[in-house]
Write a protein that binds this ligand. Structure first.
Ligand code: DC
Length: 226
């Protein structure tokens, strides 16, 4: 049973809106736990690919997956990505490739997968608090969160940020292709039947296009004191 007294702040939004950076800054600042739910979906996609388990065979393999899907997050340090530890192995870079992103978008649209991931996400509700970063944190997973933030940014700015992130990982990606992929993924995430990407009714939306991470944190602090 999850401890309902654990305070949760949800940070939702599309790829490149700044969710990851802002969630990390808040987690480090408040010394709270962090859930990077996108990375959780990515790690599941990575695991299934490694094991050669197709989506159609998910149900058949659910017990095996459940037993072996142990993911932990470490907020790391500003400027570094949040660390993803899967079965005691650091898979941070392995799950952040474009190949895994494409596969994940497909998996994340599936009801069975979302139902499987939901309780895994709730397990991250641990004292002293949780920063939950994703697409449906405020609308579906932590509906009773004390603060819900929805971040947006122009698609050009988001593609630029993604390109910088990929470059840092050593991958060169064509900007035009990146824009196309981002558009496709946005459409899929927003139009899917299960848990589509949208702000919760009680979320505060912040457009980060022309804001630095510190300015976004200032905006959040204006609406909320911890
Ligand atoms: O934020 P990201 O790029 O790491 O997310 C990877 C994929 O997972 C993306 O296609 C959206 C999906 N996702 C989701 O459906 N629900 C979440 N809560 C988080 C991510």
């Amino acid at each position: 049973m999850n401890d309902q007294t654990v305070p949760v702040i949800t940070i939702d939004g599309p790829s490149g809106s700044g969710k990851g950076t802002i969630a990390q800054m808040l987690a480090l600042d408040l010394e709270w736990n962090i859930l990077d739910s996108g990375a959780l979906y990515r790690t599941l996609a990575y695991f299934m690919l490694e094991e050669g388990i197709e989506l159609v065979d998910f149900k058949k393999n659910e017990q095996f997956i459940n037993k072996n899907f142990i993911v932990k997050f470490d907020p790391a340090a500003i400027g570094e990505p949040v660390k993803v530890i899967f079965n005691n192995i650091d898979v941070t870079n392995k799950v952040r490739t474009e190949e895994i992103a494409k596969e994940t978008s497909h998996l994340a649209a599936n009801r069975l997968i979302r139902d499987f991931i939901k309780p895994c996400q709730r397990e991250f509700m641990l004292h002293p608090g949780l920063i939950a970063d994703g697409r449906d944190m405020g609308t579906v997973i932590f509906t009773d969160a004390k603060l819900k933030i929805f971040l947006t940014a122009s698609i050009e700015e988001r593609a630029k940020r993604r390109q910088t992130q990929l470059k840092r990982q050593g991958s060169e990606v064509n900007m035009r292709l990146l824009l196309q992929e981002l558009e496709k993924r946005d459409k899929k995430d927003m139009e899917r039947e299960h848990s589509p990407l949208k702000p919760a009714e009680d979320a505060v939306t912040i457009d980060t296009t022309n804001l630095s991470p510190d300015e976004v944190i200032k905006e959040i602090n204006k609406i909320h004191k911890y």
